[in-house]
Write a protein of this length. Structure first.
Length: 410
């Protein structure tokens, strides 16, 4: 990957390790940005930074001319730390705190996407009259996308945004607030959507709110994780979204999209070392990571492909369950896959892990967050180092109980 042997990356950085191929990201960023601009010149592509929130990613996305979607104080600070122009930030979230709204306003975050009436009322108190804050209103379009329930955000029961009638009422109130500047509407129907029809439907629904300057139609374009899966190409997605936009949106409007997964997922792999192999109820291949570094399988049932590094399929394969090391039966990485007879010490490469894996890494069973290594032009850049025991213990304190066991007994 990126001109680097993955065996060398594993030798240098250990396992598990996330590896990101920078060229793949750049190609996809350009395909989305230039592809959208060709079809709809007044447009913007926002990198949904929750998909891979690392300083080096913010830097790279900004260098590729993308704006950035941030959700929460941590992501705002990461973006600012990476040198992103605050006017290019779009601040999302359904439960933004006063402190976060104040931070966003003070840091001159370009656009805040208002989720609800409470947030609007707070913003009205916080935003200074001297420089009105640009806003979009998040609309709940009532479009159900065929994806896992935890990734579905456009149906009427979703916690995000306001139904069209409530959004329209809120927009009137914003227009009456001199320190707030309504730019338009936002909609996001979910993630890992493998069909273009729901995107088309969402654009149609949001067009019911007429006469806006900006229409942000969110992210959600799905990617191909497994051999048997088909995902729409970037061109097909852009063709259909912009064709619908031409039908239903004002021609001079600004059109925004917010891809995360479709930018970074296929740029990433995770490297694991095979720790044990046993044949019991199944042929289990256990690796030195699991749901602590990849929550997706447990959370959404995501299916992945993997390969054993440096081994040819002609050696013969065995049907395996690839499992992690965390204390849950649900800690599976792949429920069933033919691999070239894995043995202890093999390097297992899990494919298409660039989105939401590093994001949701955790310390279950004392796991350390793996490093994130960017590869490009035969060079490695350690974008994030492996977490250490010192990092974890630095947050914690003993209670300093009196060492008087007699007291404990009473
Ligand atoms: N815009 C908004 C407002 C979002 O909430 C999201 C993702 C995106 C854009 C980017 O969507 P994408 O293009 O990446 O599909 N934890 C889940 C993913 C949740 C996605 C959250 N929102 C998972 O691991 O699959």
């Amino acid at each position: 990957m990126g001109g680097v042997a993955l065996a060398d990356v594993a030798a240098r950085f250990g396992t598990p390790t996330y590896v990101i191929d920078v060229a793949t990201f750049r190609n996809r960023a350009r395909a989305l940005k230039e592809g959208l601009a060709r079809r709809w010149p007044r447009s913007e592509v926002l990198f949904a930074s929750k998909s891979l929130p690392a300083l080096a990613m913010y830097e790279l996305a900004a260098a590729e001319g993308l704006s950035i979607d941030v959700a929460g104080e941590g992501e705002i600070r990461l973006a600012l730390n990476a040198g992103v122009d605050p006017s290019r930030l779009f601040f999302h979230g359904n439960a933004k705190t006063d402190a976060e709204l104040r931070l966003a306003v003070d840091a001159h975050v370009g656009t805040i996407i208002v989720d609800n009436v409470d947030e609007f009322e707070r913003l009205r108190d916080i935003a200074p009259a001297s420089s009105p804050q640009d806003l979009l209103v998040r609309v709940l379009p009532g479009v159900t996308a065929p994806t896992h329930p935890s990734q579905e955000t456009g149906g009427v029961t979703s916690k995000f945004g306001l139904p069209l009638d409530q959004a329209a009422a809120l927009m009137k109130e914003i227009e009456d607030s001199p320190n707030l500047n309504l730019r338009g509407v936002h909609v996001h129907i979910g993630s890992q959507i493998l069909d273009t029809a729901p995107f088309v439907e969402a654009v149609r629904r949001v067009a019911a709110i007429t006469g806006q300057d900006s229409y942000d139609v969110g992210g959600g374009l799905g990617v191909r994780y497994t051999v048997d899966e088909e995902a729409p190409s970037i061109d097909k997605y852009l063709d259909e979204v912009t064709a619908t936009a031409r039908e239903v949106l004002p021609p001079q409007a600004r059109l925004l999209i917010e891809p995360g997964r479709s930018l970074v997922a296929s740029a990433g792999v995770t490297l694991y070392r095979v720790v044990s192999v046993k044949h019991t109820g199944r042929h289990f291949v256990a690796v030195d990571g699991g749901m602590a570094d990849n929550m997706d399988v447990a959370l959404t049932g995501q299916r992945y492909e993997a390969v054993i590094d440096g081994r040819a399929l002609s050696e013969g394969t065995v049907q395996c369950a690839v499992v992690g090391r965390q204390c849950e039966s649900g800690d599976k990485l792949i429920d069933g896959i033919a691999l070239v007879t894995p043995v202890v010490g093999d390097l297992l490469v899990l494919l298409v892990t660039g989105a939401y894996s590093y994001t949701m890494a955790n310390n279950y069973n004392g796991a350390y967050i793996p490093p994130l290594v960017f590869v490009e032009n035969a060079e490695c850049h350690e974008a994030s180092r492996r977490q250490t025991f010192d990092d974890i213990v630095a947050l914690q304190r003993l209670r300093a109980l009196p060492l008087d066991t007699a007291t404990w007994r009473t």
